[in-house]
Design a protein around this ligand. Structure first.
Ligand code: URA
Length: 203
């Protein structure tokens, strides 16, 4: 497996070069990962960078981040928070879909710590190139990937903190909302996500 350490001295001049290298050189951490790398999308120097966990089934098929059910929910919440998605940079901590095949379905698998670390260098380079003033981590995996630490979301939620010259806002992953059965609890969590995104948009 390639490790983050192997790449620490290497820098790319632009995102195109970074993504070309990622697609060509990255060896997936295990056979459970898709062959396809899904790059981030959005304007260079976007003020807000949103970081998810990993591409899902639809993202893997289309090659674009956050286009499936979680992406549609994220789009709605961004709109409510007054953020134009095309003005933000949207990417993932882990650059490939990790899944198990069950019949015709490909079921999402949570990445392990060494697999998050495997992509951490690429993510750091992506953040350096986009150079956002605010980084929003969607879910615990993205938070771990950005900070390099396993932190509880609850301890950081709703409290922007300074991180390497940027503002870090940790919030939930939109797919979490899809798994809350109780309608009131779901509405409350959704409102908190919108609030966190609104805070991100207020630079
Ligand atoms: N979930 C993510 O974390 N990223 C995507 O791109 C889609 C779903």
């Amino acid at each position: 497996m390639r490790t983050a350490r192997a790449f620490t001295d290497r820098h790319f001049g632009d995102l195109g070069a970074l993504y070309r290298a990622l697609a060509k050189e990255d060896v997936a951490p295990s056979d459970e990962f898709s062959d396809r790398v899904v790059p981030g999308e959005g304007p260079l120097h976007a003020g807000v960078m949103l970081i998810g966990e990993q591409p899902g089934d639809q993202e893997d098929l289309s090659g674009h981040p956050f286009v499936g059910p979680a992406g549609r929910l994220l789009d709605e919440c961004l709109r409510e928070a007054g953020i134009v998605r095309d003005d933000a940079f949207v990417t993932n901590a882990v650059k490939r879909f990790k899944f198990v095949q069950r019949g015709k379905r490909r079921l999402h698998q949570r990445p392990k710590t060494d697999e998050i670390v495997h992509y951490r260098w690429w993510l750091a380079e992506e953040i350096r190139l986009v150079d956002p003033s605010t980084v929003v981590t969607l879910g615990a995996i993205a938070l771990q990937a950005v900070t390099g630490k396993r932190m509880t979301l609850a301890s950081l939620r709703g409290k922007p903190r300074a991180w390497e010259g940027r503002r870090l806002i940790a919030t939930i992953h939109p797919s979490y909302l899809l798994r809350i059965p109780d309608a009131d609890a779901k509405a409350a969590e959704r409102e908190r996500l919108v609030e966190d995104l609104r805070m991100a948009g207020q630079d």
